[in-house]
Design a protein around this ligand. Structure first.
Ligand SMILES: NC(=O)c1ccc[n+]([C@@H]2O[C@H](COP(=O)([O-])OP(=O)(O)OC[C@H]3O[C@@H](n4cnc5c(N)ncnc54)[C@H](O)[C@@H]3O)[C@@H](O)[C@H]2O)c1
Length: 328
């Protein structure tokens, strides 16, 4: 006889599930009692990120590129597949746009066919180089359509358009999250993002590279907070589609971050000042009033404790206890 509790387990597809955020999301969904189908082409993610889940009978890993159609039976889809750091997404910009646009079309087509609810991991980059601080969801953004970042920014904007058109035209249940800077264990050690850069430099005793005087501010959300927000968004009432900003509104200067990392790693690294790149925003900070009101969510993990956990991870990886490889 079939155990109905088992038969009723929700089947959830996570695209980009072997990436930084995707692997944490898969873990969280397994802990919540879901059957998890992780799809990834290992462009910027790695099998090592999900190796510890492979023995779980409720976890399945499929190597697949979402720019090609996928036929699976699922109840919910989290669409996270897309390289997220400039180093990765600019390596093959055409593929980046294809992943955002063709990938969205394929996943929305799948959601329509199997009547699944679908969530898109969009980005604060849809606001481009904004004239409004902090950015609210009703701000339309200022994006260069022909620059080096456009493959990512415009790809994500087009994906949002597709999500809303499938919703209006086909009544699909959609959720669109605009993610701001998130950090934590399993970030790629050399993807050029400031938190991983500083931590890796500090552990190696190499100079910490600060652009300009380091007075520009950034906000950093710890991964567990972000994952909690994504799960809450998926479970929110049908009429709430987003877009909704998800991130940590706490602001820190780059110099504050550098000093904190040096202190927490006990590092002998010195700060090296480099010229400020032209497109470096002075400030990037989410307005999360909508997420607070609709999801009852706000980040709870302070920068210092998030950094401690991330440093521990990188110490293991760089000390050879952990492996890190990309399959590109
Ligand atoms: N981490 C952040 O701070 C942040 C901020 C804004 C938005 N996001 C979004 O969140 C999502 C996850 O980001 P992340 O930081 O975990 O990045 P990541 O690069 O670690 O993860 C992305 C995953 O998608 C996979 N992938 C890429 N192209 C694919 C394709 N065509 N088919 C199947 N899999 C593919 C990669 O191999 C990787 O495992 C991305 O969509 C990104 O745009 C992240």
């Amino acid at each position: 006889m079939v155990d109905m509790r088992v038969a009723n387990r929700k089947r959830v597809l996570v695209t980009g599930g072997a990436g930084f955020l995707g692997s944490h999301l898969c873990e969280r969904l397994l802990n919540d009692g879901r059957d998890v189908l992780c799809v990834d082409n290992f462009y910027s993610g790695t099998r090592d990120n999900v190796a510890h889940m492979l023995g779980n009978p409720h976890f399945e890993l499929i190597r697949h590129d979402i720019t090609f159609p996928l036929y699976v039976e699922v109840d919910e889809i989290y669409n996270l597949a897309c390289p997220a750091s400039p180093i990765h997404y600019q390596r093959d910009p055409v593929q980046t746009t294809k992943t955002s646009v063709h990938g969205a079309i394929n996943m929305l087509g799948l959601a329509k066919r199997v009547k699944a609810k679908i969530l898109q991991a969009s980005t604060s980059e849809v606001y481009g180089d904004p004239e409004m601080h902090p950015q609210r969801e009703d701000y339309w953004g200022r994006v260069n359509p022909v620059g080096l970042r456009s493959c990512y920014d415009e790809g994500k904007r087009c994906a949002e358009t597709l999500f809303f058109d499938y919703h209006r035209q086909h009544n699909l249940q959609i959720k669109v999250a605009r993610l701001f800077n998130t950090y934590g264990p399993r970030m790629h050690p050399n993807d050029g993002r400031v938190v991983s850069n500083f931590i890796v430099q500090a552990i190696k005793g190499a100079p910490i590279t600060v652009y300009g005087r380091g007075s520009q501010t950034r906000s950093f959300c710890y991964v567990d907070d972000l994952i909690d927000a994504l799960v809450r968004l998926m479970g929110s009432p049908d009429e709430f589609t987003g877009p909704v900003n998800l991130g940590n509104p706490g602001e820190f200067t780059i110099m504050e971050l550098a000093s904190k990392v040096i202190e927490l790693t006990n590092s002998s690294s010195r700060i090296e000042y480099l010229p400020l790149p032209q497109d470096d925003p002075v400030q990037r900070r989410p307005d999360i009033a909508l997420a607070q009101a609709t999801l009852g969510w706000q980040p709870t993990i302070p920068l210092e404790s998030g950094l401690r956990k991330t440093i521990l991870y990188f110490e293991k990886v760089l000390g050879g206890e952990g492996k890190f490889s990309t399959d590109v």
